[in-house]
Design a protein. Sequence first.
Length: 285
Amino acid sequence: MGNQKDTFVMLFCSDDDCYKYLASLKWQEDKFVCKKCGNTTYHKGRSPYSCRCNKCKYDESVTAGTMFEKLKFPILIAFNIIYSMVTTSKGNKSVEFAKKFHIQQRTCWTFMKKVREAMGKMQPNQLKGDVGVGLFNLIDEKMVKGYRRWYLPEERILLAVEVINKKARKAIIEVVNDENVESVKSFIDRHVHPDANIILETQKTRFKNKLSKEYKSIKFPYTWRPLDLYFEKMKDWLYEDIHGFSFKHLQLYANEYNYRNNSPKNRIKAFNAIIRVMVENREKM
C-alpha cells in the first residue's frame, strides 16, 4: 500500500498533473467532437489542455461535460479524495475530508456522491460458479426499540456473492424497497450467470416455489456463511465507520463498499478506472 501511495503522489503532485491526465483520457486518439457544430478539427484553446473548434471557435475546457465540471475546489484535492475512497477500507466521511482540505463539508459530500455514482457503474460481469443470493434488512434490532414500525426505513439489500474456495471474490448489491419475488428474479437474471450454482437464502415459501421452477440448480439453505459474512461486514462498516449514513443514499454507500471489495489489489488501477468512468460517462450521469 505504501509503495502505491508513493506512486500516486509522484504521478499527481500538482493541479497541472491532474489536468494533463484528464486530457489524455478525454482527448485520446484525437476524438474531439465540437458540442456546438459537430466539427472534429481543433487547435489549442485559451486554458491549459482545452480545445478550440476550428470551425465555430467554441472553446471546450478539459473538465467540461465531465464529473469534474464546475468543481469548487482544486482538482488535486479531488484526486486525493478519490484515491482515499478507493484505498481506505474504513469509512470516508465528508466532514473529515472537509477539515483536512479546508473546504465546505456540503461541497465535499456532493463531490463524493459523484464518485460513489461512478463506482456504481463499475459492476463486475455476471457472477459464476457458486453464487449466494440473499435479501437482507439493514435495520439493526437495537434501532427498532423506541420506533414505530411505520417510521422505519423500508430499504432492503439484494446481495449476490461469487464464492471460490469458501471465500467471497466478487459481489453485487442493489437496494430495493420491498420483498417482491419478481425483484429477486430480475436481480438474478441480470447479475448471475445462467450456469451458476445459485444458493438463495430465504425461508419464504412463495420464493422457493417460484424460483425453483426458474432455476434448476438453485438451493435454499437456512444460512450460507460466505453470504452472511459479506453482509455482516458491510453492515458493520455502515454502522461503525460511516454511522451517520442516510438510508436515502444507501445505494451510494453500497457502491463504495462493493467497488473497493471488487476492485483489483493494484489500487492505482482501481483509481484510474474510476477517473475514466468520471470522464467517459459524463453524459450519462
